[in-house]
Design a protein around this ligand. Structure first.
Ligand code: 13P
Length: 341
């Protein structure tokens, strides 16, 4: 393992002004997104859509530091035969790959899951590296509800995250460690804070036990935020203040960067929250976005599967990428959204 190189890549992934495009929807998830815009989820349509994003010159060269790909995409070529990975490299961004194989029910723990995909991971990582991937992602899912999460679910998911992270570093790939506490319930922000704190503490404990070099990883957490169905929604300032307090308490400064998931927040909420956090600096780590839905909802709608809408889709993507790029420096203002509308 070359830790200097892992640290260089991790630092580049969270460089100020840029963030990560999470374009790693599984075939099931992208089908749901395409259903919503009336597009059939064929291999060709998935390729055309992602090619549109990766060829968005302004977004990719100025605001996107890395792209998380799904297994199908990393092996696909653009219409002109150029591998999609090459398009990403040519734009100056770093290609990455989602390597978990989704979740399964956790035995003895009703309503909870464990993320799977460790078997043969070492061999898969080798092939992904050869294809150009320099970082990877593994997502653990923790739900909040009556009586959950259990310590069992937190513990086994943290263990799997650390196993994955160690395998990545041994393969010279930067692991994005993603323990996502879902925002689906009716819990308030303080409950989210408390659960996320337990999850992060356990995750870093496991990372240490399994000798993962914190300098060569990126953390992808949820924000401290109200559950979607909670009657009392915390303000932007409260989300920013509590998230920074939580991360400062749980994430060692040796970690080069933190890149948030959007998790079901609206596009503008996700941007406003990141921006507000940068008003609370200086911060001990890079702090940016690794958004899926909050970067892609607008371009998906603008594109809607029509070749004549490719430019509109790219403009919508570039706008969101620019807004989040500004937010990663604390320079975003809501008036910039209105001007573009
Ligand atoms: P969202 O930003 O849509 O939550 O997706 C990010 C991601 O990669 C989840 O694993």
């Amino acid at each position: 393992m070359n830790l200097t190189e892992l640290n260089r890549v991790a630092t580049a992934m969270v460089v100020s002004g840029k963030g990560i495009l999470a374009a790693d929807e599984s075939s099931g998830t992208i089908k749901k997104r395409f259903d919503a815009i009336g597009v059939e989820s064929t291999e060709g349509n998935r390729r055309d859509y992602r090619e549109m994003l990766f060829r968005s010159k302004e977004a990719m060269s100025q605001y996107i530091s890395g792209v998380i790909l799904y297994d199908e995409t990393i092996w696909q070529d653009a219409k002109d035969g150029t591998p999609l990975v090459k398009l990403i490299e040519q734009s100056g961004a770093i290609p990455g790959i989602k390597v978990d194989e989704g979740t399964q029910g956790l035995p003895m723990c009703p309503g909870e899951t464990i993320t799977v995909g460790l078997d043969k991971l070492a061999e898969r990582l080798k092939k992904y590296y050869e294809r150009g991937a320099r970082f990877a992602k593994w997502r653990a899912v923790i739900d909040i509800g009556s009586g959950i999460p259990s310590m069992t679910a937190i513990s086994v998911n943290a263990h799997a995250l650390a196993r994955y992270a160690a395998l990545c570093q041994a393969a010279q790939i930067v692991p994005i460690v993603e323990p996502e506490v879902l925002m689906d319930g009716d819990h308030d922000i303080d409950r989210c804070y408390e659960v996320t704190s337990r999850v992060l503490n356990k995750t870093f404990q496991e990372l240490r036990v399994q000798r993962v070099a914190l300098e060569g990883m990126v953390l992808k957490p949820n924000m401290a935020i109200s559950g979607k169905k909670c009657p009392k929604q915390a303000s932007v300032e409260e989300v920013a203040e509590k998230t920074i307090r939580l991360l400062k308490a749980c994430v060692p400064a040796a970690v080069p960067g933190i890149a948030f998931l959007s998790g079901g927040q609206s596009d503008e909420e996700a941007t406003a929250h990141l921006n507000a956090m940068h008003k609370l600096g200086p911060l001990p780590w890079g702090l940016t976005f690794s958004y899926g839905r909050a970067l892609q909802a607008a371009p998906q709608k603008a594109w809607s599967g029509r070749p004549e809408n490719v430019t509109a889709g790219q403009n919508a993507f570039s706008h969101r990428a620019r807004m989040n790029g500004l937010a990663s420096k604390g320079e975003w203002q809501s008036s910039l959204e209105k001007k573009a509308a």
